[in-house]
Design a protein around this ligand. Structure first.
Ligand code: HEM
Ligand code: HEM
Length: 237
C-alpha cells in the first residue's frame, strides 16, 4: 500500500489530464443504475422479481470486473494506487473538513477505502440474493442447494445489508457534495469525463479498451455460467 498521488492546485504547469479510464467510469455509472434498478424492482412487487435478479447478475458482473480491473487496470484504477495504510488514512481525516486541502489525482485516502467498502457490501448483497426465496414464486438460483437455515441466514443478510448499503450510499453522496461544493473539487465532472487538472506526468495515456472489454466479457460469462450451472430445485410435494 502506498500514499495516493496528490498535488497543490497551484502546482507548476497544470494541464487537463486523463485520470479515470472510460471502463472505470462506465463501471461507476452502470453500478449506480443497476443498484437503483435492483432497489426499485425489489419494492415494485412480484412481477418484477425476474428483472430484480437479472439486475443482480449485472451488478455481480460489474463488481467482478472492477475487482480484476483494480489489479490489472490503468494507473489510478488500481487498488495499489489508492489504498493507503491505516496511519495515512487516519491522518488524512484531520483535513477532511478543511476547505483548503490537497487535490488527489485518483481517489484520496477516504475515497479509496470507501470504494473497497461499497464494492464489498454490494458483493455481499448480490451473493446473498443467489440463495434466497420470496417463498411464493421466486427463488435465487442456489436457493434449492442450501439448507433452510442457510437460506434464512442469507435472507436476513439480504434484508439487513441493504440498509447498510443505503447508509453508505447516503454517506457517499454527502461526501461527494462536500468535496464538490465545500472543497471546490470537481470530482463528479472527473467521474463523467475522466479528466482533472494536474501535472502531465500523472495522467494516463489510454483507457486500455481491448483489455477492459475482454475482462468484462470473461466476468459476465463467469456469472452467466454460475447461474446456468445451478442445479434444478427439488420440491418434495
Ligand atoms: C446488489 C444487488 C441487489 C440489491 C441491491 C437487492 C436488493 C433487494 C431488496 C432491497 C430486497 C427486499 C428485501 C426485503 O424486503 O427484505 C430484495 C429482495 C429479494 N432479492 Fe435482492 N437485491 C440484489 C440482488 C439480488 C440477486 C442477485 C438475487 C437473486 C438472483 C436477488 C433475489 C432477491 C429475492 C428472491 C428477494 C425476495 C426476498 C423476500 O421476499 O424475502 N437479489 N433484494
Ligand atoms: C448521482 C449519484 C452519484 C454521484 C454523483 C457519484 C459520484 C462519484 C464520484 C465523483 C466518485 C469518485 C470519487 C473520488 O474521486 O474519489 C465516485 C466513486 C464511486 N462511487 Fe459514486 N456517485 C453516485 C452514485 C453512486 C452509487 C449509487 C454507488 C453504488 C451503489 C456508487 C459507488 C461508487 C463507487 C464503487 C466508486 C469508486 C469508483 C471506482 O474506483 O471504481 N456511486 N462516485
Amino acid at each position: 500500500m502506498r500514499n495516493t498521488e496528490s498535488h497543490n492546485r497551484e502546482s507548476s504547469n497544470p494541464k487537463e489530464i486523463l485520470v479515470w479510464d472510460w471502463p472505470t467510469r462506465a463501471f461507476h455509472w452502470s453500478l449506480a443504475l443497476t443498484f437503483l434498478g435492483s432497489w426499485i424492482t425489489a419494492e415494485a412487487g412480484l412481477e418484477w422479481a425476474s428483472t430484480h435478479m437479472l439486475l443482480g447478475y449485472m451488478t455481480l458482473s460489474l463488481l467482478l470486473f472492477r475487482i480484476l480491473w483494480g489489479f490489472v487496470g490503468t494507473r489510478h484504477a488500481k487498488f495499489s494506487s489508492f489504498l493507503v495504510s491505516p496511519r495515512v488514512f487516519f491522518s488524512s481525516l484531520q483535513n477532511l473538513f478543511s476547505r483548503r486541502s490537497e487535490d488527489h489525482i485518483g481517489h484520496g485516502p477516504s475515497g479509496g477505502w470507501a470504494t473497497v467498502l461499497i464494492i464489498s457490501v454490494l458483493l455481499v448483497q448480490a451473493i446473498s440474493g443467489l440463495f434466497i426465496s420470496d417463498d411464493i414464486f421466486n427463488d435465487g438460483p442456489y436457493h434449492g442447494s442450501v439448507s433452510d437455515g442457510v437460506a434464512s441466514f442469507m435472507a436476513n443478510l439480504h434484508h439487513l445489508n441493504f440498509n447498510l448499503i443505503l447508509c453508505l450510499v447516503a454517506l457517499h453522496l454527502s461526501a461527494i457534495g462536500w468535496f464538490q461544493f465545500g472543497k471546490n473539487q470537481a470530482l463528479t465532472k472527473a467521474m463523467l469525463l475522466g479528466k482533472k487538472t494536474g501535472p502531465a506526468v500523472l495522467g494516463i495515456q489510454s483507457s486500455q479498451t481491448l483489455k477492459a472489454l475482454s475482462i468484462f466479457f470473461v466476468c459476465a460469462s463467469i456469472i452467466w455460467l454460475i447461474v446456468w450451472l445451478a442445479p434444478e430445485p427439488v420440491y418434495l410435494f
